[in-house]
Write a protein that binds this ligand. Structure first.
Ligand SMILES: [Zn+2]
Length: 534
């Protein structure tokens, strides 16, 4: 090969550049693409928008750094490389980038201006930046933004600032990758909105082709926990290491421009089924999903089960002042929940609105009701009483959860149920009845769960779903009562949290004397999200 041929080849793809120069990783091992065959397409992918939802230990950092070096030299772009760290130099550049450069003469020879957080190749730069502060993003600009460990970035506002640094570029490019976290968040959300590449593996017994996954679902190849092998989704015979190695990438939605790769350890031919099972037994489920399977995972505290409700059960004869009543309805009648800032003291099912009105008058309560499917009576009542509201769900932009408009209150369904669920899980919303009186409440909560759904336009949305054909009226009546409680406490604009006492089991919620409770909503959301993160 003459020098011209060689340099043309090197400029053609990162992979050619790496192989022709016999490049090594930071441990001085020659990079090979026999066992890492699944990395070849990713090395050579020059799409503008690439997402990696990945497990640990597949060699992704090496890929990112080497591709960046190739981009500087051959595509001649400026790169911003952002990470979720306060000290990008000590955490990333010194331990990972510098050794990789130093080990490879072909890279050493092109890096001309080697400062610690800035590398120069020819007249192009890569800036390594931490994700903790907007200041990191000021006065730099780039063509390619790399965000490493996207789901661990502490502040999405800073991520957006980095993104704005691509504005001057003619062809802005984005690579975002991470071990995933929650379902529908971070890199999982990005992957769901990508072309969703899967590594397809062909069974050498029956020829069936599908991707690898953990559970047997009748379709995908799976990990057989008893035989400790990878098994075919169709014939249940063993999927060999060689079959896994010889897989191929296939996009679920080839028309979508963003390229998304899902990398799991089950694709790596050097990781045995036994090792996968071992990691399942050794680690917690969230870690196992995120770091071994490369899949997002939503912990079970986003369902409200029997244990959660019983933890929030503190039987007590609380005084019936500052009462809010929430109502959900079906064809046969009305489900109601009565609560005060100290908790729920009554709930039930009645066969007429007269009985709800009776409760309202007895407790001098605020009422928030579902006006669907039968709105005649709710409309009459909300005209008759100025503290009787009809609740409509809608997506509310910005940080508000609820909006009061005359006799109507609009609520962001997912957010208000999140808050109620979070308060039950934290036992800040209490049930004051005897435990045996809570069976119906427990049963209805067991029939809804929080998940991520794909809408017809392909976008994803987090939502609370009802199980098919099951009843979940009390959670909605309780949510309405909780919204009414915000009114009781003087919250005109938003859902306001009752003040929590330190001893939550005896007196968790106290309305202030002038009912102007000022806990602001961002605190509640902070709590909600941090409990989701845990
Ligand atoms: Zn088979």
């Amino acid at each position: 090969m003459d020098p011209k041929q060689r340099s043309d080849l090197e400029a053609s793809t990162p992979l050619a550049w790496i192989l022709l120069n016999g490049m090594v990783n930071e441990n001085q091992e020659i990079l090979e693409f026999d066992t890492h065959r699944f990395m070849i397409d990713i090395y050579n992918d020059n799409a503008e928008d690439i997402v990696g939802r990945k497990s640990a230990q597949v060699g992704w950092s090496v890929l990112a750094i080497l591709k960046v070096m190739w981009i500087l030299k051959h595509a001649r772009l400026n790169v911003i490389y952002a990470l979720p760290t306060k000290n990008v130099v000590n955490d990333f550049v010194k331990p990972k980038v510098n050794p990789l450069i130093a080990s490879n003469p072909a890279i050493v020879s092109i890096v001309s201006d080697d400062s610690v957080s800035l590398k120069k190749v020819g007249d192009r730069f890569v800036y390594f930046k931490g994700g903790y502060s907007d200041r990191e993003a000021i006065s730099i600009s780039g063509d390619l933004l790399v965000i490493d460990e996207y789901d661990r970035m502490p502040d999405m506002g800073v991520v957006n600032t980095f993104d704005s640094r691509l504005q001057a570029s003619k062809n802005p490019m984005r690579w975002r990758f991470s071990n995933p976290s929650q379902v529908g968040f971070g890199v999982d959300e990005l992957y769901m909105k990508s072309d969703q590449r899967h590594w397809l593996v062909t069974c050498n017994h029956c020829g069936y082709e599908w991707f690898m996954d953990w559970e047997k679902d009748g379709k995908c190849h799976y990990v057989d926990k008893e035989r400790k092998i990878y098994a075919c989704g169709k014939c249940d015979q063993e999927i060999t290491d060689e079959s896994r190695r010889m897989g191929k990438w296939q996009a679920k939605y080839p028309d979508i421009k963003r390229h998304g790769y899902w990398i799991s350890q089950m694709m790596a031919p050097w990781v045995t089924a036994e090792r996968i099972i071992e990691q399942y037994e050794e680690s917690n489920i969230e870690f196992f999903y995120n770091f071994v399977l490369g899949k997002a995972y939503t912990p079970t505290d986003m369902i409200i089960d029997r244990a959660a409700i019983l933890r929030a059960n503190a039987p007590s004869n609380i005084s019936k002042i500052h009462v809010s009543i929430g109502v959900d309805q079906d064809a046969g009648g009305q489900y109601y929940v009565c609560m005060t800032p100290q908790g729920v003291f009554d709930y039930g099912y009645v066969d007429s609105w007269d009985k709800i009105e009776h409760l309202k008058l007895m407790y001098n309560a605020v009422v928030v009701c579902d006006p669907n499917p039968y709105s005649t009576y709710p409309k009459i009542m909300s005209k008759k009483y100025n503290d009787w509201y009809m609740c409509y769900f809608k997506n509310i932009q910005g940080l508000n959860t609820i909006e009061w408009k005359g006799s109507v209150v609009y609520a962001d369904r997912t957010r208000v149920i999140d808050i109620v669920a979070n308060e039950i899980n934290n036992a800040t919303l209490l049930f004051r009845q005897r435990p045996y009186e809570l069976e119906k409440m427990i049963e209805h909560w067991a029939n809804i769960y929080r998940t991520t759904v794909e809408k017809p336009d392909g976008k994803t949305q987090t939502t609370w779903l009802k199980k098919d054909g099951k009843q979940s009226d009390y959670p909605f009546a309780l949510t309405n009562a909780r919204i009414g409680l915000a009114k009781v406490l003087g919250g005109n604009a938003d859902l306001i949290s009752p003040e929590a006492e330190t001893d939550t089991k005896t007196s968790p919620h106290l309305a202030g004397e002038d009912t102007s409770i000022t806990t602001d909503f961002s605190d509640i959301m902070q709590e909600t999200w941090s409990s989701i993160d845990e």
